[in-house]
Design a protein around this ligand. Structure first.
Ligand code: TRP
Length: 333
């Protein structure tokens, strides 16, 4: 049986936080342990340029994200782990796809439409004010990432589903014009993965500035957990676990028996201070070992570089022959 090609990209902006871990990294690493999948995981550093024009931050974040995935146990002997920018074939395919992608399709992208709507409500004359071609064409580059490896399944968050639909559209159009070269990918949305709340109770997200960085040092981790917003119920008063950020984060890291026990403690009126201490210990226990690996990797940039270059070679070995065929098909030889 041939393996399912499982592919996803991580935009390299910011520092990975608990929400990224629970919602994306953990399920992706679990999927890579399934022998029926061949995984391609990559650092989408060219996508990062759309959001971040500070070269130091782009470099830093790329390093941190690479080290994070390795520290959490991604096995690079069975998965292909690489940087988008190391695969020139993706950029070439990006252009080829740009020439079949309908502009009207891209006009409908949520991310682009949201910015246009903002300009319109702010009363600016130009609805495209401040919007780069990079942002507008973002879904085409994403299609190139996916189609370059003929991925079957693309694990993504809900906000990315539209991009996978666009990828299918672009692939189908190419296939119709030039012949069946591309597999139509499917989005794989982890319905079971929790969407974590952050310090202020809203969804944990860099844009809300309410995150707990995954590998923050122990002291800082304790401080942040103590800062998580609760209500003013006293010890001994029953508490609602359903609306509680502490409980929600605790659950994402605990077995169902532990969760059940904690639910009882909420009903019995656990004190917030005690709950925060329990949550801190839980997180710290789970994260201490990978944190140590992470810190050690961050001190060995050449080790990370070697791993990524090995990934590049594996990825290019796949990409090159397909790109040759595609060039031939469109009449560029
Ligand atoms: N756009 C994705 C995000 O921001 C990242 C990404 C880039 C990606 N290329 C991809 C995801 C290809 C899946 C497949 O989350």
């Amino acid at each position: 049986m041939s393996k399912e090609i499982y592919l996803t990209g991580i935009t390299t902006t910011g520092t990975p936080h608990l929400g990224n871990y629970v919602g994306a990294i953990k399920p992706a690493i679990e999927a890579s342990q399934n022998k029926n999948n061949q995984c391609f995981y990559f650092l989408a550093d060219y996508h990062a340029l759309i959001k971040c024009q500070d070269p130091t931050l782009v470099r830093q974040s790329r390093m941190e994200i690479a080290a994070t995935w390795l520290a959490l146990g991604l096995d690079v002997d069975t998965s292909v782990f690489y940087r988008q920018s190391d695969i020139p074939e993706i950029q070439e395919l990006n252009w080829i796809l740009s020439c079949v992608a309908a502009k009207g399709l891209l006009n409908r992208a949520h991310a682009y439409k949201a910015l246009v709507a903002e300009n319109e409500t702010s009363g600016t004359k130009d609805p495209d004010k401040g919007i780069t071609m990079g942002l507008f064409c973002y879904p085409v580059l994403m299609a190139a990432d996916i189609l370059m490896f003929n991925a079957n399944k693309v694990p993504v968050g809900k906000d990315q589903i539209q991009h996978i639909e666009m990828t299918r559209d672009i692939a189908a159009r190419f296939n119709y014009i030039y012949g069946e070269f591309f597999t139509l990918p499917e989005a794989q949305v982890e319905e079971s993965a929790a969407v974590l709340s952050g310090l202020d109770g809203r969804k944990m997200s860099k844009s809300y500035n309410n995150t707990i960085p995954l590998f923050t040092p122990e002291k800082k981790l304790r401080k942040l957990v103590m800062k998580i917003k609760t209500n003013s119920l006293e010890p001994g008063e029953p508490k609602d676990h359903k609306t509680c950020t502490l409980f929600q984060i605790y659950s994402a890291f605990s077995s169902s028996t532990e969760v059940e026990r904690m639910r009882q403690q909420y009903a019995d009126g656990i004190a917030w201070g005690e709950m925060k201490q329990t949550l801190f210990e839980k997180l710290n226990n789970e994260l201490a070992a990978p944190r140590e690996r992470y810190e050690s990797l961050m001190e060995q940039p050449t080790r990370i570089e070697e791993i990524l270059l090995a990934g590049r070679d594996q990825a290019r070995a796949r990409a090159k022959p397909l790109l040759e065929q595609l060039r031939e098909a469109v009449g560029i030889t």
